[in-house]
Design a protein around this ligand. Structure first.
Ligand SMILES: Cc1ncc(C[n+]2csc(CCOP(=O)(O)OP(=O)(O)O)c2C)c(N)n1
Ligand SMILES: [Mg+2]
Length: 318
């Protein structure tokens, strides 16, 4: 893999983590944030998969895909504005959350909270590309919990049957809210679950950004060439609670320790250092740039106006 690409993958993960840490501390300081879903531990997935798309492709990220929003070009200012309920956020103050942050100009389909409705919606986009003969790909994400609901199964069945240019990234983070995998389903291999519908499926280490990037790039390439849909199960761990209000006391401490030792950013940092792609000065600089960028974004979002109450019915269609 090209050195510039490896550095870029790393820098986006650092920015994503810096954003996430700032978001969590702001919530603890009571600085007016809405629903706060940390994606700590998911950086390699959201960045690696997001970077694998081309500029004309579309993606529907889910609540743990902050990195995908960032790599698609949604600015930290706009995302913080959304979290603060400001008029300058993509939902224009309608949804103080990482939900609802669509921007079709950036190829981002707004997150659909009710799991797994992003799947059939994204398949619809993929089918539109097919009908129009466009070489574009539609990608979305689903959690392990989401794979238990009907829409996952119906979407993969139809995607395979019609060879849709559709890519699904399954974020297996071991838990759906407080329910561990073994209490959700009688199987543990989610790639096999997807493969049973006839989509190309594989399991990757979701804490290895380069592995995620390679697997999703190959899937995007297949979809673009008319070779049909794919599902990539990226295995990771949700390192904090479901959302900030959840202390996740039900997660065994040893499990978190085991996964903390496999932190996606630390791991990639060590690989880049070993391969001589970067040195510690470069890495420190990268961290400072990210911190500066996020501090500016927060300052701008905090200054931004709330939506004018007179606009409250705008965007209400039914
Ligand atoms: C139909 C529906 N039921 C419940 C919820 C509330 N809910 C949001 S996320 C979530 C858990 C999802 O778990 P998983 O799919 O594993 O994703 P993770 O949060 O672990 O990333 C639940 C129950 C919802 N959004 N939609
Ligand atoms: Mg989960």
């Amino acid at each position: 893999m090209d050195a510039d690409l490896r550095i870029s993958l790393h820098a986006w993960m650092v920015l994503t983590r810096t954003f996430d840490d700032a978001m969590v501390s702001m919530w603890k300081q009571g600085r007016g944030l809405g629903g706060t879903f940390s994606q700590r531990g998911h950086e390699a997935i959201s960045v690696g998969a997001g970077m694998a798309l081309g500029p004309d492709d579309v993606v529907a990220p889910m609540h743990r895909d902050l990195g995908t929003y960032l790599v698609r070009g949604m600015s930290p200012e706009r995302i913080f504005s959304n979290l603060l309920g400001k008029a300058t956020g993509p939902s224009r103050g309608r949804d103080a959350n990482l939900h609802g942050m669509g921007d079709l100009g950036l190829g981002i389909i707004g997150y659909i909270s009710h799991i797994p409705q992003a799947l059939p919606t994204t398949l619809g986009a993929a089918m539109a590309f097919r009908y129009r003969g466009e070489r574009r790909v539609a990608m979305t994400f689903v959690g392990d919990g989401g794979t238990c609901s009907g829409g996952f199964h119906e979407t993969l069945n139809m995607a395979a049957l019609y060879r849709a240019p559709f890519v699904l990234v399954i974020e297996n983070n071991q838990y759906a809210y407080s329910t561990p995998l073994h209490q959700q389903m009688a199987v543990s291999d989610l790639a096999a679950r997807a493969a049973s519908y006839g989509v190309a499926a594989e399991r990757v280490d979701g804490n290895d950004v380069e592995a995620v990037y390679r697997a999703v790039s190959a899937a995007v390439e297949r979809a673009r060439n008319g070779e049909g849909p794919s599902a990539i199960e990226a295995v990771t761990m949700r390192m904090l609670g479901h959302a900030i209000h959840d202390g996740a006391e039900y997660v065994p401490a040893e499990l978190l320790e085991e996964w903390a030792a496999k932190d996606p950013i630390e791991r990639h940092r060590n690989v880049l250092l070993e391969d001589g792609v970067v040195d510690t000065v470069d890495l420190e600089k990268m961290r400072e740039v990210a911190q500066q960028r996020i501090a500016e974004a927060i300052a701008e979002a905090e200054k931004a106006p709330y939506p004018d109450p007179a606009t409250v019915t705008e965007g209400v269609y039914a």
